[in-house]
Design a protein around this ligand. Structure first.
Ligand code: NAD
Length: 426
């Protein structure tokens, strides 16, 4: 693995040169062509007629929790890899820093037709030690790894109605490096009859919840005003960019229509990492949007605010990922992606994926903000060019409007437009 993720000019290289530059110990043959042998695909899902490939890339410049990281991405959308690499470069001096909660997933056991839901909830609370011990006995290996069932909580959902009194019992399971859906489902299946008997009701569904709000990741980054300024020769001040991005973030906080698109920008980078690393991205998507709406109003998952001399961003979201289990044991491309990212544990993978999500959000906001600023600057610039060309009175606005409409805001064009308009004057 290369020591630095700052691979300047990486995008200009050919594919073979890029592979050589990554200095990866493993073989890239695993992803030729598409990372998945037909036989493996046939064993993964039903009715297989082939495999379906996506471009596989690495985003560069990332520093996550002090480590240089190459971020693997599989995605069909152009610009996501470039935009996240660019955002990571802007945030590089401080890098991305992350914190993860323990990887606790929630299993739900539904019980219906309960006469007295208060008594049922009380009985289930009292039986918690017994139920947790039974659950732990079913997953001794997980407990040996430091995980296993850690909590049990009855919730009253209905006192009466078509289904009678309804209680759902939540089983909290620390899944360590597994995403955990199968693990949790198995435990819920095993406990359901006992839980229903204690609650004096009928057992209903027993399944994982994808609203994994007990398994959260937070990622933060900072970009200085100097790094925020565009580096393409456009005269836009970093302070203006910082203010415009903070304003765009407040827009998302005020409006679900904007928050949805803001969050889509996060999922651009995040989903690309999840796809490359063989994760259940539908589970993460479902959890992310349910979490975004937990207050009753859909909100942005990441917010940006002005900080001393720059811009600070912070993303918090549920992120159930695994570095064992699922499709990983059969997908060589996914294993290669995990190795490239240096993600040996679920926490590390969550940190890298979340950093990629914050980076694509950052890149999108900066593009929108600088475009807005640039447009404003161009309008002002067009007016001053109109004046410099000799326009006065109404003609200033008319020349400026013609320059802006043509997208050619230059002195020469201002003189031409003014001459043309002067000819048309009565
Ligand atoms: P899994 O069934 O492969 O179980 C993980 C296994 O890894 C366990 O047997 C565990 O003992 C073992 N393991 C080895 N080392 C471990 C470590 N360090 N930490 C933790 N476990 C370790 O996979 P899973 O994670 O239980 O389930 C994930 C799969 O379930 C995904 O493919 C997902 O698509 C699917 N799924 C999702 C849903 C949902 O999201 N609603 C529902 C059902 C299934």
């Amino acid at each position: 693995m290369s020591r630095s993720s700052r691979l300047s000019g990486f995008y200009r290289l050919g594919i073979a040169e890029r592979r050589a530059r990554l200095n990866h110990a493993g073989s890239f043959a695993a992803i030729d062509p598409g990372g998945l042998p037909l036989e493996a695909a046939d064993g993964m899902i039903e009715n297989v007629i082939g495999t379906y490939a996506l471009p596989f890339a690495v985003a560069v410049n990332f520093v996550v929790d002090g480590a240089e990281v190459l971020v693997p991405m599989a995605i069909e959308e152009p610009s996501v890899v470039a935009a996240s690499s660019n955002a990571a470069r802007m945030a590089r001096p401080a890098g991305f820093s992350t914190t993860c909660t323990a990887p606790v997933m929630i299993g739900q056991i539904q019980v219906t037709q309960i006469r007295d839901v208060d008594a049922a909830a009380a009985a289930l609370r009292e039986a918690t030690p017994e139920l947790l011990a039974a659950a732990r006995a079913l997953v001794p290996r997980l407990a040996e790894r430091g995980g296993g069932p850690v909590g049990f909580e009855p919730r009253i959902l209905a006192r009466s109605g078509v289904d009678g009194g309804v209680v759902v019992a939540h089983l909290h399971v620390d899944c360590r490096d597994a995403m955990g859906a199968n693990l949790v489902n198995t435990l819920c299946e095993a406990l359901a009859d006992r839980v229903a008997a204690i609650a004096k009701g009928e057992p209903g569904l027993r399944i994982l919840s994808n609203l994994t709000d007990g398994r959260l990741v937070t990622v933060r980054c900072f970009a200085s005003d100097a790094n925020l300024a565009p580096n393409d020769g456009v005269d836009v001040d970093g302070v203006e960019v910082r203010k415009a991005i903070a304003q765009a973030s407040r827009f998302a906080e005020l409006d679900p229509y904007r928050a949805c698109t803001h969050n889509k920008g996060i999922m651009n980078g995040l989903d690309a990492v999840l796809l490359a690393t063989g994760q259940d991205w539908r589970a993460v998507e479902a959890g992310a949007h349910a979490f975004a709406a937990r207050s009753g109003t859909y909100k942005p998952l990441a917010v940006w605010h002005e900080a001393d001399g720059g811009l600070a961003g912070e993303l918090t979201m549920p992120l159930a990922v695994g570095t064992v289990g699922g499709a990983l044991h059969v997908h060589p491309g996914a294993r290669l992606a995990l190795a490239l990212a240096g993600a040996g544990t679920a926490d590390k993978l969550a940190a890298v994926a979340a950093a990629a999500g914050l980076a694509t959000n950052f890149a999108a906001l900066r593009a929108l903000a600088t475009e807005g600023i640039q447009r404003g600057h161009m309008a002002l610039h067009a007016r001053s060019l109109a004046r410099a060309a000799g326009a006065t009175g109404d003609l200033v606005d008319r020349v400026a409007a013609a320059l802006a409409a043509g997208g050619d805001v230059k002195a020469e064009r201002a003189r031409e437009v003014l001459a043309q308009l002067a000819k048309e004057l009565p």
